[in-house]
Design a protein around this ligand. Structure first.
Ligand SMILES: Cc1ncc(COP(=O)(O)O)c(C=O)c1O
Length: 344
């Protein structure tokens, strides 16, 4: 047998995740990062910890306590992970399939389902990207683990809390991905009080500006939280990431100030984009819009000529239009973006 013959047969079918492109000398508005970066106190504070990186990470408990205080839950409700991307993996590892999610939505749910050989069911949003709870419940009846992203990437649309509660009432494991919570300000966290099957997923990659540090977390019933910890490696959140999380959580005022700046700029960009394109109103730090009659790839290339990297979206089956997603950057970057668009 050749080495490849020993592979699990489903591995050959995996479509790897394709991240937004980072190209030297360009302005990247393609991965929903926070271009302002973390609080300056994080950067200054981390220097002090650099000489200690020979140690294995040992501050999980401190990070859990700090996140619990930030989220107003108990530390036993918190699980941390190497980005919320790892949390998606941990949940798929820990729980039975089939897995279900929206269409379109964040691609890690179908990709990790493929990696773990779980059946994945996609339930499409309505043509205007709104959420139809009855349709979702009907189409995902077979699934045991549901991922609902709100605000949803890439649409920026949200799911009403009453709809999430109706789904929680099915008793299935419901993971609500709130990666963009700080930009929307509304959380399904209170469902945890009555529904131990609900898991809230969050990240410090977006509003806290720590995408490169890889810190995700989930809020869950203590029993579920313990089960998820069991399927995680012992040191997946590294030494510096733990310190960065602790420092960032000490300066949430900075994070809030930046979020408010991003929201102001988002509004201005939406208005300007609407003059030329059909814009999907956003509840996050990015905007999805239809660039027809141009194709998404053409738009991407025209922007790249002007040294701006945006995220062309694949053709969404059943959704007419050619979509591009842009991240709201710093005010300076946003001016560059609008200037480039006005020259097109
Ligand atoms: C909805 C959603 N969930 C999770 C993630 C991943 O976050 P992290 O960087 O913490 O892995 C992203 C990143 O773009 C996202 O859009």
């Amino acid at each position: 047998m050749k080495p490849a013959d020993y592979l699990n047969e489903w591995v050959n079918k995996i479509t790897p995740y394709s991240p937004g492109k980072t190209i030297e000398g360009t302005t990247k508005l393609a991965s929903n990062e926070n271009s302002y970066g973390p609080s300056p106190k994080v950067i200054a504070g981390l220097r002090e910890f650099l000489p200690q990186v020979f140690r294995y990470p040992y501050k999980n408990l401190h990070v859990k306590e700090a996140l619990a205080a930030y989220c107003r839950v108990k530390p036993e409700n918190v699980v941390i992970s190497n980005g919320s991307d790892e949390m998606v993996e941990l949940l798929i590892k820990a729980f039975k399939g089939p897995v279900a999610g929206l269409y379109p939505t964040f691609l890690s749910y179908p990709i990790y389902s493929q990696i773990y050989n779980r059946e994945y069911i996609s339930s499409a949003l309505e043509p205007d990207f709104s959420f139809n709870v009855q349709r979702f419940i009907k189409e995902t009846w077979k699934a045991n683990l549901l991922f609902l992203c709100s605000p949803n990437n890439p649409t920026g649309t949200v799911i009403e809390l009453r709809d999430l509660e109706e789904i929680a009432q099915t008793g299935k494991i419901l993971a609500v991905d709130e990666a963009y919570f700080e930009y929307h300000g509304i959380t399904a966290k209170n469902l945890l009080l009555n529904y131990p099957n609900v898991i809230i997923m969050r990240t410090m990659a977006k509003a806290f500006g720590l995408a490169g540090m890889r810190i995700g977390y989930a809020l869950a019933d203590p029993q579920i939280a313990e089960a998820v910890r069991k399927v995680r490696g012992p040191f997946t959140v590294n030494y510096l990431a733990q310190e960065a999380a602790l420092l960032a959580l000490k300066d949430t005022d900075y994070m809030k100030k930046i979020v408010s700046r991003v929201l102001t700029d988002r509004k201005a960009i939406e208005i300007r984009l609407s003059e030329k394109y059909r814009v999907i109103p956003s509840n996050a730090n990015f905007i999805l819009f239809d660039v027809s009659p141009m194709t998404s790839k053409e738009f991407f290339e025209k922007m790249l000529e002007q040294k701006i990297v945006v995220r062309p979206q694949p053709q969404f089956q059943g959704f007419p239009g050619n979509y591009v997603r842009i991240t709201v950057g710093t005010t300076e970057e946003n001016y560059k973006l609008l200037d480039a668009i006005s020259k097109m």
